[in-house]
Design a protein around this ligand. Structure first.
Ligand code: ZN
Length: 658
């Protein structure tokens, strides 16, 4: 069976969401042992799904169950508008792992009526419903419906509003019956000035008040969420014999130990072992990691990812960093501002094989862990970008009508289709591995001299370094590009974004505020204005629409060189006035007429602002003795299918977790 032939990136579209697929290139080439390791770790990555639902809100598991029961067993008209609204709402609940928006954290209200829902539930076999302790259906509805339908009940998952009790006004399930003051007192009392290696207090527990006493209920094997944690341990133990290195085996063993005891000292030990485990090809994270979901930033949501090293992409960053000295010598900036010795940074790129918990369906595209400050400073951290997820985002962007709307000619679009992704990756590598590390301050220059303009100037410096070298024959010589015209794709999309399309993220009437956006507009506007007489870059009008035309790519490169030299001078000399002039003149203000036009054109494309992923499916192939002889990967599963399967196979927790 070869389902790669009909691989489609786009899987589903609803509300403000687009669900897409990602490929796992290289999986088939792994050894059987590696495939088994990935398979078992992937199972461990899915078993904690219900933990996150419960962390995100104490009613989420029951609400999901009620919705799924109606979705699966509804015997009325499935094209009825109430049923369709229920379907959309359920898709949103799955996507957010609860009833609050995954990003904005505010509650979304369904478009079906409470009457419809109650009536539909009455036709469902009671065994399919989360009726606990002899509860009747009406009692269940009376308890749950305000949570779903009343906008004033639990309106925000994470409330950060200044002056309010953020613990009591947040719907997340990390605290029970405690006030913000009580929680802060509880954790302040744990901290000690003398402890130079403090654990991350509160990371793996719910804080509750019972009989007037504030205490932690720990998430561990025989504690809260124990049933799900035991399933995670089960698969980690299966994975253990297939660890690639003794260090990795120690990582897995220590993680199991931590899940059993809930001891945060053990978690620190695990984190240190994990940071040091650099030789294995396969890597994974599984645990209570990020604390964005807690208004106090202490308690971590459960997440998991399994991945292996993307050898080709990592090689690319290594080649650049090995040649760092050549790039520094040949850059178009004044000799006085160049480093005599440069060290490039090589970035590790990984391929994700499964996403779980708080990384699913919406995922980060980079990971930088562990979060413990003292471990980072003493033992370092791992920083990776997830290449196959970025690639998937890029591929989707090609087919969504965006370039058809904004790119001037079919030829230019063809060029972007062919070279847009590879030059985009290279731009990022040049920016990160070489750009930021290049150049030096003159002796006596205050590194903070550029103040509020510092980060915009710094980003512009790294971007210009990347843009300048993208057009250099050196990249072809290093076999990082195979066509010395490929850079044009990046030049076009960079200027298009800086002059026009990035404005879709700004409301009409506002200025450009964010440093990266200011930097991109600064570069694009400066090049446009300085090449105006020679018509290097033109904005032409056709049928009332503004289009970007680039007439002279070689000249554009020399404009980038001029600006890079000037920006490096500003940085090296700490010329605050020079920085202010460039940023304020080119980076901040927006032409309101053009802005309005861009917003209207973008609006008509109906693009989804948020994206997330479905996972591939891994199926072990067993021989007649039950031995795994291969693991197959399939990309055929749809969004609804996958969510329903996960809800069935990984329903590890009771509906109510007290
Ligand atoms: Zn940067």
């Amino acid at each position: 069976m070869d389902d790669k032939l009909d691989f489609t990136y786009s899987v589903d579209r609803f509300a403000d969401i687009q669900v897409i697929r990602y490929k796992v290139p290289g999986f088939e080439d792994l050894t059987l042992r590696q495939k088994k390791l990935i398979y078992f770790l992937s199972k461990a990555a899915l078993e904690g799904r219900d933990i996150l639902y419960d962390q995100n809100g104490k009613y989420n598991l029951r609400i999901r169950k009620m919705l799924e029961a109606v979705y699966l067993h509804y015997d009325g008209d499935r094209s009825d508008k109430h049923f369709l609204a229920l379907e959309t709402y359920l898709k949103r609940v799955w996507f957010s792992n609860g009833i609050h928006h995954h990003y904005a954290t505010d509650k979304f209200i369904p478009d079906f009526s409470p009457e419809f829902f109650r009536e539909a539930l009455k036709h469902i076999d009671p065994n399919e419903l989360p009726l606990t302790d002899g509860m009747t259906l009406d009692e269940l509805c009376d308890e749950i419906f305000p949570i779903i339908f009343d906008p004033n009940v639990m309106p925000k998952r994470v409330n950060q509003a200044d002056g309010e009790d953020v613990v009591q006004t947040s719907a997340c399930n990390y605290y029970s019956n405690v006030s913000q003051e009580e929680a802060e007192q509880f954790y302040n009392a744990m901290k000690s000035e003398d402890d130079v290696y403090p654990v991350m207090y509160g990371l793996n527990s719910r804080l509750v008040k019972e009989n007037g006493q504030v205490k932690e209920v720990i998430w561990k094997s025989d504690g809260l969420y124990g049933k799900a944690i035991d399933r995670i341990i089960f698969w980690l133990e299966k994975a253990l014999p297939y660890a690639e290195t003794p260090e990795q085996a120690e990582v897995i063993r220590t993680l199991i130990d931590y899940y059993r005891t809930g001891d945060l000292r053990t978690f620190d030990e695990y984190s240190i072992l994990w940071v040091k485990d650099l030789d294995a090809h396969i890597d994974f994270t599984n645990g209570f990691i990020e604390s964005y979901g807690d208004p106090l930033g202490l308690k971590a949501s459960w997440e998991a990812i399994v991945n292996f090293k993307d050898v080709v992409a990592t090689h690319r960053t290594e080649v650049l960093s090995e040649n760092a000295a050549w790039f520094e010598q040949h850059s178009p900036v004044d000799k006085r501002f160049k480093k005599s010795k440069v060290k490039g940074v090589s970035a590790k790129v990984i391929t994700a094989t499964i996403l779980g918990g708080d990384l699913y369906p919406s995922s980060a595209i980079g990971i930088n862990l562990p979060n413990s400050n003292w471990i980072r400073s003493v033992h370092g951290s791992k920083s990776v970008t997830i290449g196959n997820l970025i690639d998937s985002y890029n591929k989707v962007a090609h087919g969504n009508g965006f370039y058809e709307e904004f790119v001037y000619s079919a030829d230019t679009r063809k060029m972007i289709d062919k070279y847009g992704d590879v030059t985009d990756d290279l731009h990022t590598d040049l920016h990160e591995c070489l750009g930021h590390g290049s150049g030096q301050l003159l002796p006596g220059t205050d590194p903070d001299a550029l103040k509020v303009y510092g980060s915009t100037i710094e980003e512009a410096r790294a971007d210009l370094f990347a843009l300048y070298y993208l057009a250099d024959k050196k990249l072809v010589d290093l076999q990082l590009l195979n066509d010395d015209e490929a850079f044009k794709a990046q030049y076009y999309t960079y200027i298009l974004n800086g002059l026009m399309t990035q404005l879709v993220r700004i409301s009409l009437g506002n200025n450009v505020e964010e440093a990266h956006m200011r930097n991109r507009q600064l570069i694009a506007r400066w090049a446009y204005e300085h090449g105006k007489e020679e018509k290097v870059i033109e904005l032409v009008k056709e049928n009332g629409k503004t289009y970007l035309k680039i007439n002279d790519y070689e000249r554009l490169r020399s404009l980038f060189a001029e600006l890079l030299a000037e920006i490096q001078r500003i940085k090296s000399e700490g010329d605050f006035e020079g920085a202010r002039y460039l940023v304020e003149t080119y980076g901040v203000k927006i032409d309101p007429v053009l802005h309005k036009e861009i917003l209207e054109r973008y609006e008509q494309l109906h693009l989804a602002p948020y994206k997330g992923f479905v996972n591939p499916v891994y199926t072990p192939v067993v021989d007649k003795d039950g031995e795994i002889i291969d693991v197959e990967i399939s990309y055929a599963e749809g969004y609804v299918e996958q969510m329903l399967r996960y809800s069935k196979d990984y329903a590890n927790l009771p509906y109510v977790n007290n």
